[in-house]
Design a protein around this ligand. Structure first.
Ligand SMILES: C[S@@+](CC[C@H](N)C(=O)[O-])C[C@H]1O[C@@H](n2cnc3c(N)ncnc32)[C@H](O)[C@@H]1O
Length: 166
């Protein structure tokens, strides 16, 4: 019985993982050292509302919430949503973690920074997403780890992060 439960769990996790790989980048966390550096460069603080598209285990949300920022994350994997909520539980009043598809996620009006850690093949889609958000009146800094936006020149760089003003 226990074995059946374990195999069912493995099968469910595999299906969730395959689904995520089809719809977006798989889970790999940003390196702590790089994150601390970019947070300093951007001077993230209480004036900011940071969004992490595909927030994984909530690492970026937690780091920015600790600096006093409002933070919102969206994540497709329910297990990672649970971890993100648990990790940020001490900052509940300024943290929002949604279970859902980032491509359908509407940025909060007051968004100041959008963090992404995608893969090369999703960058053209991200460019369309950004254009759509701009058409909805959003103005923010896009902070992309490792990958650049096709046809756009970053206004700034911090380690492996490319920073764009939109
Ligand atoms: C490379 S990880 C980055 C995690 C975190 N942002 C960080 O930098 O530490 C990408 C995350 O995006 C999530 N993801 C992939 N496709 C998604 C989608 N369509 N909607 C929401 N989250 C998605 C994955 O589950 C994964 O946790």
């Amino acid at each position: 019985m226990l074995e059946l439960f374990a195999w069912s769990l493995v099968a469910i996790l595999l299906v969730v993982w395959l689904g995520i790989v089809a719809f977006g980048p798989p889970y790999v966390p940003t390196l702590s050292k790089d994150l601390e550096e970019v947070i300093k460069t951007l001077k993230i603080g209480a004036k900011d509302h940071v969004v992490d598209l595909g927030c994984g285990d909530g690492k970026i949300l937690l780091a920015c919430a600790k600096r006093g920022a409002r933070v919102s994350g969206v994540e497709l994997n329910p297990f990672l949503v649970w971890i993100s909520r648990y990790r940020t539980r001490l900052f509940k009043d300024r943290v929002d973690v949604s279970l859902g598809d980032m491509w359908r996620y509407k940025l909060p009006e007051e968004t100041s920074h959008v963090f992404v850690f995608f893969a090369e093949k999703f960058m053209p889609k991200l460019k369309e997403y950004v254009a759509h958000q701009k058409s909805q009146g959003r103005h923010f800094r896009l902070v992309s780890y490792g990958f650049s936006l096709p046809g756009e020149i970053p206004s700034e760089k911090s380690g492996a992060f490319n920073i764009y003003n939109f």
